[in-house]
Design a protein around this ligand. Structure first.
Ligand code: FAD
Length: 500
């Protein structure tokens, strides 16, 4: 059956990102797109930290970066600082860019480790521009620095989630998406095929469609409540199941740091996401080990300023939907699953869900092959990200609370055990099946949390020592030059994309 009517249920980040992307298809196609959302139900509205591929999404839409950032009080993000994870008092940055660059076909951590063994005591961080700029509170893009020979600066954004949804709503409506306010309280299925044929609103209005995108958040209104697709739970590996979110002002008027901060506490961790005029904060925790009042109290005591709203308490179950594309329903966003906001991967999964949908979609109709590919690829993405997140909990020597004792001693997936083992033996990280996180990401978290490389690729010793040392010096020098010539992050924002 041809697809002429697409219905998106939900107007959070997932719904409006999907609507904005699909609205581009209306050019040249006879396609009606309706988005239904309920102001009474509202959105989660706490997803405010992104990762670099999010920039490509804006480019695909064709939005102006500075205009978008001004509209969402956005700031730049060079990585994530993890505090108190490996042990209390520890801190490291997981940067977006790479450490150095490969030489003679050997990736940089091996070369660095080889030189360490020869007595070079420079930490690996001095070979990464994002880490050094983050430490100094600086930001600029490579093109701002006016020299082609410098390494790129990899970055993402911090965004106000509500403002971003509003920004995309305008974008999508201008391109013909019809927004319908109302609460869905019934879903009709075709008795023969089991496909969703229409949704019914509380007002009695019925909206029919050929393809339905479930962006209804944790409820999974279509994918779960109507189609009973099933959910694979991962709480034994990712035990946090609650969060309390609370924005605050920055009391001291300091500029926003160009990174997200994740500070581990006794039964979870706290995020700080700096926007231009406020910080987003939240405490993610496990209710088997901590009560909501204590979690809120810890959050407030560790915030950079005074709260500007009431605490927003959220519950979730880590895991994924058994199928993401089931019959004529595709789950995008929290309706598809949720792991942890620890590495800002949730909006990214919305982004990749949309990319796959756009690549697979045929307006001539739906086939099994499309759904199967979508599901298989999405499972892989979820599992690779899941292992990376579990690493943060497993790689710890913390023994100061029951929660950390549980995490330190829990069994982890074999795929992760193997990854840790390979890194420990000789620093090897294989980036498999297009997985999101790079060798630098894995190395940053493992080293940052106390998993040291005991050896390295033996080929590192075959590089010319003098030439290689010169290259290392050059990389360090270039990075020092870049950071020296970057403005402060606050200054950059004020010039480039000041929020009204
Ligand atoms: P929601 O925002 O919940 O939107 C659901 C929509 O469905 C709403 O419009 C609602 O009105 C509508 N709806 C529901 N039921 C009905 C109904 N019956 N009738 C009509 N409409 C209905 N992601 C990141 O990438 N980075 C982060 O830093 C990050 N931090 C997070 C922190 C926490 C604690 C949590 C829980 C999540 C975080 N996320 C983060 C995830 C991120 O918030 C979500 O991926 C993102 O907001 C998308 O949510 P959504 O649109 O799927 O759902």
């Amino acid at each position: 059956m041809a697809i002429e009517r697409i219905v998106i249920v939900g107007g959070g980040t997932a719904g409006w990102m999907t609507a904005a992307a699909l609205s581009k298809l209306r050019k040249g196609h006879d396609l009606a797109i309706t988005l239904v959302e309920s102001e009474m139900i509202g959105t989660v509205g706490v997803g405010e930290a992104t990762i670099p591929p999010f920039i490509e999404f804006q480019q695909m839409l064709g939005v102006n970066e500075a205009e978008m950032l001004a509209a969402v009080q956005g700031s730049f993000k060079l990585g994530i600082q993890f505090v108190n994870w490996g042990k209390l008092g520890d801190s490291y940055i997981h940067p977006f860019g790479n450490y150095g660059y490969p030489m003679g076909g050997i990736t940089f951590p091996h070369i660095w480790h080889h030189f360490q063994q020869q007595g070079d005591n420079r930490p690996i961080q001095v070979f990464n521009v994002e880490t050094m700029a983050a430490y100094f509170g600086k930001f600029a893009k490579k093109k701002d620095l006016g020299r082609d020979d410098l390494p790129p600066v990899n970055y993402a954004y911090h965004i106000n989630a509500t403002a971003y949804a509003a920004f995309l709503r305008k974008f999508a409506e201008q391109r013909g998406v019809v927004r319908q306010e109302g609460k869905v309280n019934d879903v009709q299925l075709d008795p023969e095929t089991g496909h969703v044929t229409s949704i019914k609103l509380e007002s009695g209005q019925q909206i029919s469609g050929d393809l339905f995108i479930d962006c209804s958040g944790f409820r999974g209104l279509l994918i779960e409540q109507a189609l009973e697709t099933g959910y694979e739970e991962w709480t034994h590996w990712l035990p946090c199941n609650r969060a309390v979110a609370l924005p605050c002002n920055r009391d001291d008027g300091s500029p926003p740091p160009p990174f997200t901060r994740a500070t581990a506490h006794s039964a979870g961790w706290q995020w700080q996401v700096p926007l231009q005029h406020r910080n987003g904060n939240g405490h993610v925790y496990c209710d088997s080990f901590m009560e909501a009042d204590e979690a809120t109290d810890i959050l407030v005591r560790h915030m950079a300023g005074k709260p500007t709203a009431d605490p927003n308490h959220l519950r979730f179950v880590t895991g994924r939907r058994k199928k993401f594309w089931n019959k004529n329903v595709i789950a995008i966003g929290l309706s598809a699953g949720f792991m942890e906001p620890l590495e800002s991967t949730s909006i990214h999964l919305i982004n990749t869900g949309i990319n796959k949908l756009m690549a697979l979609l045929s307006l001539d109709g739906i086939t099994e092959a499309q759904a199967n590919s979508f599901n298989r690829l999405t499972v892989k993405e979820y599992e690779k990200i899941r292992d990376f997140l579990i690493l943060h909990y497993k790689a710890t020597s913390r023994d100061d609370s029951e929660f950390w004792n549980y995490c330190r001693t829990m069994d982890v997936p074999d795929s992760l055990t193997e990854k840790i083992e390979l890194f420990r033996i000789n620093g090897q990280v294989f980036r498999e099946e297009d997985e999101l996180f790079t060798e630098t990401s894995w190395a940053a978290v493992m080293m940052g949390q106390g998993i040291a490389m005991q050896g390295h690729n033996a080929m590192a010793a075959t590089l010319d020592p003098e030439e290689t040392r010169k290259e290392l010096d050059e990389i360090e020098k270039s990075i020092r030059f870049m950071v020296q010539h970057m403005p402060g992050h606050g200054e950059y924002l004020a010039r480039y994309c000041p929020a009204p």
